[in-house]
Design a binder for this molecule. Structure first.
Ligand SMILES: *Cc1c(COP(=O)(O)O)cnc(C)c1O
Length: 301
């Protein structure tokens, strides 16, 4: 299988750190990176079992919601999204939610407290199809992990350390299950989630993995100037556009640890670019609304 690995020259940003970046952001024209991996077998299953409707959950900037909307549009499913935050109802939609709507997704806004209990949230929305195929928040389920086991190729055996950004942990679980004995995987946890470790454990059979939290220094979906500057610097030196929510905090944190000499893992590094460019427009709109002149680098995605 052809590999989408790109060697990054980072001398000016990170001295002697050498990184190979797996460009998962390039694998599908509309459904970004890991979200395509996670949906692939779910869509096959839903088709094979004659489901007509996909239903899922997400926050206002959710790449997963956008991916399900696009998948439904492309593969002929009706789609419903249950969105966290009833204050969004009646407001103008951010670009991620606008995109969902354009792709035909019906959006149902529920309060943050109701959203915490997914079944209760579901019971409050009215949808015609009484038998929708339900995909969990972030798309993480057994079939998603099966898809994420296909990220690594046989030539990736040469790396000793893999790095990935972690939201719900599904992508990392698939990677963990497909690593070789000599490989260790480091997950950069961008959201605070006390259940993440146990959730990953339910899906994997080895312990060649560690979690490093990034959310303590960069809150989820926060875009401090330092992070925006970093994204520009990476784009200028390598041509790679990172996404603001996942891959930028991951690489920022990794390089910081490298420079501080606190990187305790191997140095034959494969870093996964999981995609996520869909959120850039919304982040830039928010920066503009806040009166900031800073902008996240643009991507043609
Ligand atoms: C959703 C997302 C993640 C997190 O994936 P999980 O499987 O939920 O951990 C990582 N990177 C990007 C770009 C994403 O959109």
């Amino acid at each position: 299988m052809e590999s989408n690995n790109q060697h990054l020259r980072l001398q000016e940003i990170a001295g002697d750190l050498e990184i190979v970046l797996k460009r998962e952001d390039l694998i599908h024209p509309d459904i970004s990176g890991n979200k395509w991996r996670k949906l692939k077998y779910n869509l096959q299953y839903a088709k094979a079992n004659s489901y007509k409707t996909l239903l899922t959950y997400g926050g206002a900037y959710s790449n997963h919601l956008a991916a399900v909307a696009a998948a439904g549009y492309q593969y002929g499913f009706t789609t419903h999204g249950i969105v966290r935050g009833d204050e969004l109802e009646g407001q103008s939609l951010n670009p991620t939610l606008q995109y969902c709507k354009q792709m035909g997704m019906a959006l149902h806004f529920v309060s943050r407290s109701l959203y915490k209990d997914k079944e209760q949230a579901l019971s409050t929305v009215v949808i015609k199809d009484k038998n929708p195929y339900i995909i969990p928040q972030g798309g993480t389920n057994t079939l998603a992990i099966k898809g994420c086991r296909e990220i690594l190729t046989t030539t990736d055996k040469t790396f000793d350390t893999l790095a990935v950004a972690v939201g719900t942990g599904g992508t990392m679980a698939g990677l963990i299950e497909s690593t070789q004995e000599h490989q260790h995987i480091v997950g950069f946890q961008v959201v605070k989630d006390i259940e993440i470790r146990s959730r990953i454990r339910t899906f994997v059979k080895n312990n060649r993995w560690s979690l490093v939290p990034t959310h303590k220094e960069i809150g989820f979906a926060k875009t401090p100037k330092s992070l925006i500057d970093f994204a520009h610097s990476i784009a200028n030196h390598t041509g790679v556009v990172l996404d603001p929510l996942y891959t930028a905090p991951m690489l920022w944190h990794l390089i910081k640890k490298w420079k501080e000499n606190t990187w305790n893992f191997g140095n034959r590094l494969l870093v996964i670019h999981t995609g996520g460019h869909r959120s850039i427009k919304g982040i830039n709109q928010r920066l503009a609304a806040q009166g900031s002149l800073l902008r996240w680098p643009c991507s043609s995605f």
